[in-house]
Design a protein around this ligand. Structure first.
Ligand code: ATP
Ligand code: MG
Length: 846
């Protein structure tokens, strides 16, 4: 037995011969009912339910080769990778497990036989550690284990007692636990520290732990009391890479055959030999380990992100990139392909994920190279000759996305220490402040951020809705959102009545949605929801056209409305406020009384006339005095800068305005006033719609009118007695969704009024209910949807439901969110229309 593959297979086959059931490796992601660790950290973990007696085991004896990952969370060996000869983040654990079957003696016998006979280790080199006892647990030294090792042939002086911290295993503060016993290999005095007390447990490289046997024999109660478990279990873990290292007599796990292709590739690609310098050694090792780990983690479905597991992958890739740079290796994303070649005989399923892994690593690598270049520059500037302070480390991390681990590493290389505890405190404080809610603090925070960024954002939203730009500054808020300042921004930040744009920034297929925009004079700061962005990133910033266009139409319409009101009502009319949104506009103005229908119609007419004249809309910057001379409308009480922006519709309107506008008035499309009313003494409010919204509104109105006309016509034609008050039920279906009764009926010939009466009765008898009625009547179709008030809160709108159904029978309709009616011309399709309405309602309720 010599190679890693021989060791893996030899182990599993040996235990199979000893009646163990061979089981495949589980994924690196723990099952959802085990949140104790970020990743699978031991071979026993996927079998935890069997160990805890929650489920019967597949067999009393089991053996596995389990991939494990010790990074992030409590079991974290990441920082040792590259520093020691024996630590990996991802490794394979060979294990044999007994569920109430053999115990200490059996485990010791099997381990000894495997190590001496199968692995062929010289017994003289083997040492064992046992649990030394612990007064708190009221346990003495594990005598059974000592006797067991002595029995197989280890002399007493090579059996070492280790304390609870080293040799007592427990999964949690309470529950199953027990002493451990480990096997160590003496690599020779030449690897030792030379201290007389050097023995297993010493930190030097002489004694290497390679196999841990856990004897699960107690149940630990809350009060610290130990009672023997009814069923005693064995859980062991032999590190495959450490085993191979000893079998092959090499210096480190990285020198084993299991890493050869990877190590050769790193040397060839970088042109720097492994062992060339301490830095080179570290770089090669980190690349080999992290290359393997990123490959397996991504294959197991973890992608880089700022969340727990994703962050580990991100760190692995970023650390690998950083080490690669030091030895001049380009393109870490090519590493997984080499890992695949090396590992695929043992893990053929990796191949399926090859392309995905490469793509993910490549994207993360590119983005990190940019962050790194910037962060390093800042680090150099900050570092100078003095020590790096915690505050500086904080700025590097919070503002430049420069990982604290890198700061610490770089500082250490210069013999400097970073106060990591203080750094963590600052980070925590920063998160607290970020969490502390409230508009004002949010605005304050954004203002501080904008100031610290040290540059002004160039707002390009007047001309563009999409721009390729750079994130000039970024601050993570720690809650899945971040503040950012773009070099150029298409996002309009609320002001002058126009609401903040919707939109997003994107990069490599990752998006962050705009959640808020803060305006500071001409400047702005943006709040995004999302992650994976850093200062310096090149991004595409997008305001969707279908949101921005109606906003622009509504804004220009507001200017036309302002002028029209003055024209119709008189010069006393002053703007008192406005809200320009994508779906409608609101305009408040001073006027003592309600508009007469004629005035209202006249205003609407004037605005539409200007629209159909297709006047150009110009915007220009000019000194404020110039603007005043031009007679531009200014809002009372508003502060304007020295240079102002004037929006002009020549010959008609001229206003100071920073908003976004259409280029010509025809783009506004139809303009319709929805309502006119009072909002306090002397102030009136008009709500209006333009373009697509206006068309939809007019269309619905026209249909209602048609409907009404048709009804009048029928009422005139149908003899009174034919119109029974109680319609026949042709078909009826009832469903219960939660507490709501959904009733669907097809009725015989009837009128909309009778349907309404019937539906009201059904609503009362079955409350809470949703009622859908349909009837054929003289070549026409009537539909009615009546919904309990509570359904409106659950997102259902009777108007939408009835229109959707009416579309199938070639008609349209309207009404209120709780009651709507519609008509149509295709009675054949009535059953279909009813089903459609039923489906929509049920879908919303389940
Ligand atoms: P160490 O003290 O060396 O970190 P450990 O006590 O954490 O080891 P266990 O948790 O007992 O180790 O794991 C069982 C076996 O897994 C060890 O005996 C060793 O062979 C292997 N192993 C543990 N950690 C690592 C690692 N980071 N890299 C490679 N192998 C490891
Ligand atoms: Mg450890």
């Amino acid at each position: 037995m010599r190679t890693s593959a021989e060791l893996r297979e030899g182990f599993l086959a040996f235990f199979e011969r000893h009646d163990h059931l061979r089981r495949p490796s589980a994924s690196l992601i723990p099952p959802s009912d085990d949140p104790s660790t970020l990743f699978i950290v031991a071979g026993m973990q996927p079998m935890k339910r069997w160990f805890l007696g929650l489920e019967p085991p597949a067999a009393p004896r089991v053996t596995t080769a389990q991939r494990v990952m010790r990074a992030g969370g409590k079991q974290n060996d990441l920082d040792d990778v590259g520093r020691t000869a024996r630590h990996l983040s991802l490794f394979e654990m060979l294990g044999n497990f007994s569920f109430g079957d053999y115990f200490k003696d059996g485990a010791i016998d099997l381990a000894w036989e495997f190590v001496t006979k199968e692995m062929g280790f010289d017994p003289e080199r083997l040492w064992a550690t046992v649990f030394a006892g612990d007064p708190e647990l009221e346990l003495g030294e594990d005598e059974v284990a000592v006797a067991g090792w002595e029995r197989v042939g280890i002399p007493r002086e090579r059996i070492v007692g280790l304390p609870r911290a080293e040799n007592f295993w427990q999964a949690a503060d309470t529950g199953p636990c027990g002493p451990c016993s480990e096997l160590y290999y003496d690599r020779g005095e030449e690897y030792g520290c030379g201290r007389p007390e050097c023995a297993p447990g010493c930190d030097c490289d002489r004694f290497l732990e390679f196999w841990n046997l856990v004897f699960m024999e107690f149940d630990l109660a809350v009060d610290g009391e130990l009672t023997p478990l009814p069923q005693q279990n064995i859980d062991t873990g032999l590190g495959l890479e450490r085993g191979a290292m000893l079998l092959q007599g090499v210096e480190s796990v990285f020198d084993t055959d299991g890493y050869q292709r990877i190590m050769d590739w790193v040397a060839a690609e970088s042109g720097v030999a492994y062992g060339d310098s301490p830095e080179a050694t570290k770089a090669h090792r980190v690349l080999a380990d992290h290359g393997r780990a990123m490959t397996f983690l991504i294959a197991d479905g973890v992608a880089p992100s700022n969340e727990a597991r994703g962050y580990v992958v991100r760190r692995l890739i970023r650390r690998a990139v950083q080490q690669a740079q030091r030895i001049g290796l380009e393109g870490v994303y090519r590493l997984p392909a080499v890992v695949l070649e090396q590992m695929e005989s043992a893990y053929p399923e990796l191949r399926e994920h090859a392309e995905e892994i490469e793509r993910i690593v490549k994207a993360e690598e590119e983005r990190f190279r940019e962050t790194l270049a910037r962060g390093l520059k800042v680090f150099e500037e900050l570092a100078g000759t003095e020590a790096i302070t915690a505050e500086q480390a904080f700025v590097l991390a919070a503002t430049y996305g420069f990982p604290i681990e890198l700061t610490v590493e770089l500082a250490e290389e210069r013999g400097q220490v970073v106060d990591v505890d203080e750094f963590k405190r600052l980070m925590e404080e920063h998160r607290e402040i970020s969490r502390a809610g409230g508009e004002r603090t949010e605005l304050q925070r954004a203002a501080d951020f904008a100031r610290a960024a040290g540059f002004a954002t160039d707002f390009v939203g007047w001309e563009k809705t999409e721009v390729l730009t750079q994130v000039g500054a970024l601050e993570e808020l720690g809650d899945g959102s971040f503040l950012a300042k773009l070099r150029e921004s298409p996002f309009y930040a609320e002001g002058g009545g126009q609401v903040t744009d919707q939109g997003w920034i994107e990069q490599d297929g990752i998006r962050a949605e705009l959640a808020a925009a803060f305006r500071f004079g001409e400047d702005q700061a943006l709040l995004f929801r999302g992650e994976g962005f850093a200062a310096g990133d090149r991004v595409k910033a997008v305001v969707p056209w279908k949101v921005r266009f109606p906003t622009m139409a509504n804004h220009t319409a507001t200017h036309l409305l302002h002028e029209a009101l003055q024209e119709v009502l008189g010069d006393h009319v002053r703007q008192a406020g406005s809200a320009v949104r994508p779906d409608k506009l609101r305009f408040d103005f001073t006027h003592p009384q309600a508009l007469t229908p004629e005035e209202r119609e006249r205003v609407e007419e004037i605005v539409n006339a200007r629209v159909f004249e297709n006047l150009p809309v110009h915007a220009f910057l000019t000194p404020i005095d110039e603007a005043r001379k031009l007679g531009a409308m200014m809002l009372f009480g508003e502060k304007y800068g020295e240079i102002v922006r004037v929006v002009e519709i020549p010959g008609f309107s001229r206003e100071l305005c920073g908003g976004t506008h259409v280029r010509t008035t025809a783009e506004i499309g139809p303009f319709v006033i929805l309502s006119e009313g009072s909002v306090g003494s002397g102030v009136r409010r008009i709500e209006a719609v333009t373009s697509g919204e206006a068309f939809a509104y007019m269309h619905a109105k026209a249909e209602e009118a048609d409907e009404l006309a048709a009804e009048l016509e029928r009422a005139r034609k149908t003899p009174k007695k034919a119109r029974t008050a109680e319609p026949d039920i042709v078909e009826e279906r009832r469903n219960t969704a939660g507490d709501v009764e959904v009733i669907v009926m097809e009725l015989g010939a009837t009128t909309p009024e009778h349907m309404l009466q019937l539906s009201d009765r059904l609503m009362q008898q079955n409350a809470p209910a949703a009622v859908v009625l349909g009837a054929r009547d003289d070549g026409r179709v009537h539909l009615l949807v009546n919904l309990d008030r509570s359904l409106e809160e659950r997102g259902l709108d009777a108007v939408k439901v009835v229109r959707e159904a009416a579309a199938l029978v070639g008609g349209g309709g309207g009404g209120r969110p709780t009651m709507a009616q519609a008509g149509g011309r295709d009675p054949e399709k009535l059953p279909e229309a009813l089903e459609q309405a039923e489906r929509t309602i049920l879908a919303a309720l389940t």
